[in-house]
Structures are given as C-alpha cells and as structure tokens.
Design a protein around this ligand. Structure first.
Ligand SMILES: Nc1ncnc2c1ncn2[C@@H]1O[C@H](COP(=O)(O)OP(=O)(O)OP(=O)(O)O)[C@@H](O)[C@H]1O
Ligand SMILES: [Mg+2]
Length: 401
C-alpha cells in the first residue's frame, strides 16, 4: 500500500493539508516521536508511508531526529518538513535527508505541488530500492565504494570523481558522498564551490566510534545536487596525523549510510589510497593518453597484483583520449594487458568548469566529456535507472567497462 502520512500537525496546517489531499492521508496526531516504530504504531500495520510530512513547529529536534532515522532505515519513504523557520532548520533538515520544506503558511495548491513532487521521488526511490542488490545501500550493509586513482598528477581524477559523484547524487537523492582523499592538496571543495565547515580529520573520531549520526554532521551538503562531501583538510600537515586504519573505518562506515561513496585520491599509491582500495568495490584506474601515463599505470597494476589487490573489477579509464599525439587506446591496452573500459575525450569546457566550481554534470551542458561519462554513471546505477531517466539496456553496462 502506498500512502501519505502527516505527523504532529497543528490544527491550522492540518486543515490546509486535508484540503490539499482531499482527505487522502493518514494522520498521526500528538507529539512527533523520534522513533519510526513508535510513530508507525499509530497506523495499525499500514506499513511505511510513501511520503511522510512532519510538522516540526512543536519540537524541531524530534522531527529532525525522526527524519534522520527514516532516511537511514526506511529509504523508500520521502520525508518532508512543515516549518515556519526554514532558514534556521534548512541545513539540518537537508543533513537529515529531508527532501523539501513546506512553509506552514502554504496554501492547498502549494502543499499539493510539494506532495506531487515527493510522490514522484518516492516512486523513483522504490524502483531503486527494489533493484538494489541484497545487503547493499543505506541503512545497514554495504554501498559501493568507487575510488579514482592514477599514477600521475593532472590525469583528471578530481574531474572524474566530482562529475561521477554529482551525476549519481542528482539521479538518486541522498545516495552519494564524495570523499577527498587527496589529503595534502585536495581540491574537491573548490571544484564544487563549497566552503566546508568541517573537513575529513573532524569526522574521524565519529568514524572510530561508528557513530553515523555524528559522522553525518561533518559532511558538507552541495545544495545544488544533494551530494554530500567530506572535504580534505585545510593544511597539508594534517595528512601525517591520519592513519590508514582511520581511512578504512571512515569508508566502511560511510558505505553503511550511502549507496555510493566516491573517493578522489592523490597521485600514486599512498598508504591512504591503498587503505581506500581495500574498501573499494569499483576501482577506476585513470591515466592520460601518454607513454609515461600508461607506463605508470602498468606499475600500479603490477603493485596491486603483488599485493593481491588487483581483480577483474578494475576499470581502466583513459582521459584526454583524443590527444595521444600518435598514441591510441589500443597502445595503452597493449602496455597494460588490460582492456580500456572508458575513453574520455578532451573537453574545452572542463578546465573552466573546475575553476568555476560547477561540474559539467551539474550544469547538464552538451559536452563530449559528459557524453562519455554517462555510460559509466549508468553502469553504476541500479538496473532500470539511468542518468537521463530512460530505460537502461544491459549492453550499456558492459559497454562502460
Ligand atoms: N577530459 C578533459 N578535458 C579537458 N580538460 C580536462 C579533462 N580532464 C581533466 N581536465 C583538466 O586537467 C586539469 C587536471 O585535472 P584534475 O584536477 O581533474 O586532475 P587530477 O588528476 O585530479 O590532478 P591532481 O593529481 O593534481 O589532483 C584540470 O585543469 C582539468 O580541468
Ligand atoms: Mg585532483
């Protein structure tokens, strides 16, 4: 059964809500309980609502705690907040996974529009939840960890990581966190035009104590796309204080909360990158189309093989694939002994987009890099969901490898 539920509503808001829905909703009166089970006990086994609207005026803290638990434990429910203080609660609401804030002064038409948008999001989510692998995704087991590595600097790791993350976040709300593991010189925050309040070292104690709620408060929200970001430390020296074990704990915990954890790295195979690779389900080996790039990648593959960390799951991505000056992707394959899965062309717009802090996948412009990245994004999305919202063919998944 799918239904809309309204919890903790004051009489004024409930009157307008009833008008907006023609009475087609379940009302959960009284104070909002911070526990989903307690709340749902009101509805006599009707199951999880498709859309839950929480009037937060009486107790914003409980409403946000409840929203956070619904997002983590019941990913099929879209939570909206009714509030008269959206300026104050906005950021916390976003962090708790609230999809939209309805002003308590909204008229019936505005409420209906917000509910329609929420229902269509819920439909999309229910498809993705149904298509998730068992034990995958938020609320328990394991999301996918996608780590972008390259032997050399400037190959395009940050460009690929930010664009992939933005595309996944746009397609599946609240699904994706981007971790900047270029701990000395990371520039993911700049690439997304974010000024983070907290950075990666702040989050490590919560990761060590497996406190997911606290951990989430250290993430920055990229409001334009719904992507969560854990930015690199402000000062390069902080990298020395971070251990590989801490990186493992962090990524493990994030993977229990997010369907996708995208990791940007520094050039080469640092201990931090190796720790990330140990937790990685989808390693992307990126190289520019050049002899030094391909040779460096050969050494990366040899090293990972010696450490028994190389598998068929690795995807080789060649960037600047049209600028080989006589070298081709075939030459890279011959050097690596591994097939090139994705070739990314040079994009005139890419450098400016990095400088402006607006990834190409965010501005949705027509661009050869966006076009080439799209099958890679689709191959990471659940079956039936695509970046552009069309039906996906299995062939597209294979084509991106
Ligand atoms: N396909 C592309 N077309 C055009 N420019 C690109 C492309 N990919 C990356 N660039 C540009 O190349 C430069 C380096 O890219 P980026 O910062 O993503 O590389 P990186 O591997 O993260 O570098 P570093 O190792 O220094 O972190 C940037 O100016 C970026 O805009
Ligand atoms: Mg980089």
């Amino acid at each position: 059964m799918t239904y809309v539920a309204l919890a903790g509503a004051g009489p004024d808001f409930e009157r307008t809500f009833a008008e907006a829905t023609g009475g087609a909703y379940l009302s959960m009166p009284g104070p909002v309980a911070a526990d989903p089970d307690v709340l749902l006990a009101h509805v006599n086994g009707a199951g999880d609502p498709e859309v839950l609207v929480l009037d937060s005026r009486a107790d914003a803290d409980s409403a946000l705690a409840l929203a956070d638990r619904f997002t983590a434990e019941r990913p099929g429910t879209v939570v909206l907040l009714a509030s008269d203080r959206s300026d104050e609660v906005g950021l916390r609401a976003m962090r708790a996974g609230v999809r939209d804030i309805i002003p308590t002064t909204a008229d019936a038409t505005e409420i209906r529009q917000a509910l329609q948008a929420a229902v269509s999001t819920a439909n999309r989510l229910s498809t993705s939840v149904a298509n998730s692998q068992p034990g995958e995704g938020p609320g328990g087991a394991k999301g996918r960890v996608i780590t972008v590595i390259s032997p050399k600097g400037g190959a395009g790791k940050t460009t690929v990581a930010t664009n992939l993350a933005v595309a996944l976040a746009r397609t599946m709300p609240h699904s994706t966190v981007l971790v900047d593991l270029d701990l000395q010189f990371g520039d993911v925050a700049t690439a997304l035009n974010l000024t983070p309040d907290y950075t990666l070292p702040d989050a490590l104690p919560s990761a060590a104590s497996a406190d997911t709620i606290a951990l989430k408060t250290y993430l920055s929200l990229h409001l334009e796309t719904g992507l969560y970001v854990l930015a690199a430390p402000e000062h390069p020296a902080a990298a020395d204080t971070i251990s590989s074990a801490q990186i493992s704990q962090l990524l493990q915990l994030l993977a229990t909360e997010f369907t996708y954890v995208v990791v940007d790295t520094s050039p080469g195979l640092s201990d931090h990158t190796l720790a990330a690779l140990d937790q990685t389900t989808d390693p992307l080996l990126l190289t520019a189309l050049s002899v030094p790039g391909a040779r460096g990648m050969r050494k990366v593959i040899d090293t990972l093989s010696q450490l028994q960390m190389f598998s068929g799951g690795h995807r080789v991505v060649v960037n600047f694939a049209d600028a080989g000056h006589g070298m081709s992707a075939d030459d890279v394959e011959a050097t690596l002994g591994v097939a090139v899965g994705t070739s990314l062309p040079t994009s005139k717009a890419a450098p400016a987009s990095l400088n402006r802090g607006i990834p190409l996948m965010q501005s949705r412009i027509r661009d050869p890099l966006v076009k080439a990245l799209t099958p890679l994004v689709d191959s990471l999305l659940p079956d039936g969901i695509t970046l552009e919202g069309r039906g996906k063919h299995r062939g597209a998944r294979r084509g991106a490898r």
